[in-house]
Design a protein around this ligand. Structure first.
Ligand SMILES: [Zn+2]
Length: 416
């Protein structure tokens, strides 16, 4: 969620996104592209041993070309692993290496290393295929957010977290609620009362578990999902058991048939639509505010040039960047010493620009950098929050199509 993550981690996510987009497109002519996911509690020496083993087994590959390519990839990975001490950096390490098709029957050897992904790598994976394995990293970058999960029936309850797409079961409880059959000799009335008391106690216990886990994190939680059979979950929610601040965070209740740990996954599946909507909602709110300022206020800026100028003055409160912006920024110095910046397509010719200040012709740019990198760096220097806006809704799409993918909400009117 854009508003809960810092600019730094947004930026890091973007760096990962770029590498993933590059890697996704690569193909090997055989099963020769190697991907290794290493959790941060796996010793690097174990990984080196594993890679050495794979290298010797690769000697059995029939195709000489594939054999050579796999062995080269493994050697390159081993070389990279030398840079690390006992353990990989926090959250782990992902290595990609292999000979990728470069067209015309040629291939290029490429190796990429990604350190400290947004979520911890859960288990060691060695993968050799005609494509790189990017899916686990992609899912870390998608649907980011923190949600509290509660599943319960009258017998059992589980609470846990949904972080991005990862489910962490944390606590569970089982109840002493008697079954519906009463024992002989017990009065029906007394039995019913004891049963209700036991249910009440159990709901209190579940709420206590949820409070303990979620209340300290209530500032960071994007929502709480509650699952179970009817009417248990309804009684639990309407009965005022949860801490009142948590009640406000409940995004919805869902029918699930299991209330053990697998019930937590069932709950997340059942809530899929709500989770998708919620993610877009964050972006929608910021775009609504932008359009409101554009029509009725003075605090909207848009387009690369004006937004960059405002950003540079420290006047931008929130920088809005389309998630699908794939442009470069060319920086020029004119013969009279003025600096000029232009945003352009990565494949476009950057020569023949004109100085914004004096109109002098400029030949070649001094530098071309990725537009998002360029803007985010300025934003970080000026204490501006960067919000990445998806194109999955109309106003988000307009940010890209009508405003060049770059806009801002200002702290004050600058007249630019
Ligand atoms: Zn000039």
């Amino acid at each position: 969620m854009s508003d809960s993550s810092s600019g730094q981690s947004d930026r890091q996510d973007y760096e990962f996104q770029k590498v993933i987009e590059e890697l996704e497109d690569y193909r090997g002519s055989g099963t020769q592209l190697v991907t290794i996911y290493i959790p941060d509690d796996t010793q690097v020496s174990e990984v080196v041993a594993h890679v050495t083993q794979e290298h010797s087994e690769a000697a059995n590959i029939k195709s000489k070309q594939t054999r050579t390519n796999v062995q080269d990839a493994l050697k390159s990975i081993k070389d990279r692993l030398r840079y690390y001490d006992t353990y990989p950096p926090e959250n782990g390490l992902v290595l990609f290496s292999g000979a990728v098709d470069a067209g015309g029957g040629r291939s290029d050897m490429i190796t990429r290393v990604l350190e400290s992904p947004p979520d911890p790598i859960q288990s060691f994976r060695y993968h050799c295929d005609s494509e790189f394995l990017t899916e686990p990293l992609e899912s870390m970058l998608e649907d980011k957010g923190l949600f509290g999960l509660i599943v319960l029936d009258r017998r059992e309850a589980n609470v846990g977290w949904l972080r991005g797409k990862r489910i962490d079961p944390v606590k569970s409880a089982t109840s002493l609620v008697p079954g519906k059959q009463r024992k002989g000799g017990q009065s029906a009335q007394r039995f019913a009362r004891l049963r209700l008391e036991a249910i009440d106690n159990f709901y209190q216990e579940v709420a206590g578990m949820a409070d303990e886990l979620f209340v300290p994190k209530r500032g960071e939680i994007d929502g709480i999902l509650v699952g179970g059979p009817s009417p248990t979950k309804d009684d639990f929610l309407s009965g005022d058991y949860l801490h009142h601040e948590l009640q406000d965070l409940v995004l919805g209740k869902f029918d699930v048939s299991y209330t053990d740990e697998s019930g937590l996954s069932e709950l997340v599946d059942a809530a899929e639509d709500v989770l998708d909507e919620y993610e877009v909602l964050q972006d929608k709110q910021v775009m609504e505010q932008f359009f409101k300022e554009l029509h009725d206020g003075e605090l909207a800026t848009y387009g690369f040039g004006p937004t960059r100028q405002n950003l540079n003055m420290g006047a931008v409160e929130q920088l809005l960047i389309s998630e699908d912006l794939r442009q470069e920024v060319a920086s020029y110095t004119c013969p009279n010493g003025h600096d000029t910046y232009a945003m352009l397509d990565p494949n476009a010719d950057a020569s023949d620009a004109v100085c914004n200040s004096c109109g002098a012709a400029i030949d070649e740019p001094d530098e071309r950098t990725d537009a998002i990198d360029h803007l985010m760096e300025l934003a970080e220097e000026r204490g501006t929050e960067t919000v990445f806006v998806s194109t999955d809704f109309e106003k988000g799409d307009q940010l890209l199509s009508a405003f060049g993918g770059v806009a801002g909400i200002l702290r004050y009117d600058t007249g630019i």
